[in-house]
Write a new protein. Sequence first.
Length: 351
Amino acid sequence: MTHLWVRAEQRPNEERVGLTPEGAAQLIAKGIHVTVEESQNRAIPIDGYRAAGCEIAPENAWPSAPQDAIIFGLKELPEDGTPLPHRHIMFGHAFKGQHAGRRLLQRFQAGGGTLYDLEYLVDVTGRRVAAFGYWAGYAGAAVSLMAWAAQQGGGLCPTVDTYPGRDALLADLGARFEASGATRPRAIVIGALGRVGTGAADLCEAMDVPVTRWDMAETASGGPFPEILTHDIFLNCIFARPGTPVFVPKSALAAPRHLTVIGDVACDPDSDYNPVPVYDAATTWAAPVLRVHDVPPLDVMAIDNLPSLLPVESSQDYAGQLLTSLLTLDTPDQGVWGRAAETFHTHMKAL
């Protein structure tokens, strides 16, 4: 019997989950054994999973799970160097030249396990079957606007935390704008036709922030892109890959510009393909921005688990997209799982 083990997230400020109780009930009806770990932080309570018929396990018990269990989480595992013998479903951040990703693959190599990277679960056309992109863009734009509002008072963006829903987020952001007393900023979104860019642009529109939408056609020249510097806020929403142009080079720091906030929603600072090479480390909920230039200021927002600001909505949306694929876990060598395993093995050969 296929056994799916939903682990508790061990990363701070991570309340999302990739399976709802309703989805778990469908998996169980299909004949899949579902174990869900208890969690102090998960936005969806454990009682719903228990009522759906899931086996309940202690928090962070997954290392001792049966060898044939498929461990399902969202964010990265603790970097403790231990071998990984299980099959894991998660965002591994290991296939785009990330330095920490190489260490993760070495752990799979040592343990003999397999990574089904959620970013590489694709259909026959190569399109991702599930993504948090919309909510990443929405929340990333919100935090970037918070950073701009804080600049109007001469400060840095303060600590951020989860919201019970989008209405609460919009109300908070509106209060910050009102307190700043400033005219609305102008924003530019690159990747505006994708899920991430759509979410970012929707947030801007909800806050009456004028937004310029760019996508592949506008960036096909390869740069430079002086138009970015004429906006107050730049929201990078593209999937970095070889050949991605540089949107804001280091030379822009001292150049004449209106730009004072970069929201790097894509957030690949340690990738060889980083299109915003004015910074080199992700930011955090405690310190949402990094000031990379003082006069005029330029703050970079690069939080890499942005959808967790709205954990209930983002979890329900993502879990709904992914459920169709989870229902095929009883044939893990085929379809999306077979393609994901092939991607993993290709990169393992390069170690």
